[in-house]
Write a protein that binds this ligand. Structure first.
Ligand SMILES: Cc1cc2nc3c(=O)[nH]c(=O)nc-3n(C[C@H](O)[C@H](O)[C@H](O)COP(=O)(O)O)c2cc1C
Ligand code: SF4
Ligand code: SF4
Length: 253
């Protein structure tokens, strides 16, 4: 049995959660961040004995649009899939069920689901410090319960939460931009999952392509990319009612 973690993680929280779960199952984990444009899901060769953590962040209660085709390149070949939706303390709505449909379409057997609270990657005051030590302990304990289920149970089915048809996500109408601190190193352009930043003018952003994933903001070594203060304030105002009370991780087995 091999354990894989395949995730779309622009700013690292989804990766951290997926690796916590996978790491509790095995000391050796094969991992792939589908945000990296050179990563190809069809390069993995999975089999029925394997376990694969499939993880994506909620973007407006859905998986990020840019991740759909990348997850669809995977061939599950009967591998057991653990679905993970990370979310910034608002709600994950149809993120996990969308991931379930992709996993089933790729030939995985879905055995468990996890909705994990993380810091909100746009408004970091929400979910700040999550996952914390308590969350990590919960995730690790649940990972062992999943292993036990796979080893000891014949009926591996699980009820994954969410609605079909999925809720509509119109996209985030905000785009980070470079500021005067930019030294033109190109790290943001290289890491943007959708090539929205030109290599030769990386202080610009193609707003029509940008999915507002915040990866460029998190990878810039100079702190030279950000959303405007007006945008951040607007996001804070919009989210504060729904996001202020800390929520629990939700586990489905
Ligand atoms: C464009 C965008 C939309 C988001 N939508 C939601 C949402 O609907 N519900 C929520 O609770 N968090 C939402 N978040 C927060 C992310 O789901 C959360 O921070 C996630 O863990 C980010 O994962 P990453 O660190 O792997 O990029 C959103 C973040 C972004 C950038
Ligand atoms: S990573 Fe930062 S400093 Fe480097 S090109 Fe992008 S905005 Fe400029
Ligand atoms: S330009 Fe947009 S899509 Fe590209 S990394 Fe930045 S926020 Fe994400």
């Amino acid at each position: 049995m091999s354990v894989y973690a395949v995730y779309f993680s622009p700013t690292g929280a989804t990766e951290a959660v997926a690796m916590t779960i996978a790491g509790a199952m095995s000391q050796e984990v094969y991992s792939m961040n589908l945000c990296d444009r050179e990563m190809k899901g069809d390069s993995l060769s999975l089999g029925a004995e394997d376990i694969c953590i499939l993880a994506a962040p909620a973007f407006g209660g859905r998986i990020p649009t840019a991740s759909v085709e990348r997850f669809q390149e995977l061939s599950g070949n009967g591998a057991k899939a653990v679905l993970v939706a990370t979310y910034g303390n608002r709600e994950y709505e149809d993120t996990m069920v969308e991931l379930e449909d992709i996993a089933l379409g790729c030939g995985f057997v879905v055995v468990a689901g996890i909705a994990a609270i993380t810091e909100h990657s746009i408004a970091r005051e929400f979910g700040a410090g999550r996952p914390n030590a308590e969350d990590v302990a919960v995730l690790k304990e649940f990972s062992l319960a999943i292993l036990k289920k796979i080893k000891e149970t014949k009926d591996l089915s699980v009820k994954i939460p969410g609605d079909r048809p999925y809720k509509t996500y119109g996209g985030a109408s905000m785009t980070p931009k470079g500021n005067h601190k930019c030294v033109g190193c190109g790290a943001c352009a290289k890491k943007c999952p959708v090539s929205a930043i030109p290599m030769d003018t990386p202080n610009q952003t193609n707003a029509d392509v940008c999915i507002a994933c915040m990866r460029c903001v998190s990878v810039c070594p100079m702190g030279a990319r950000d959303l405007s203060k007006v945008m951040l304030l607007a996001v804070h105002q919009k989210l504060k009612k729904a996001c202020s009370v800390p929520k629990e991780n939700k586990l489905f087995l």
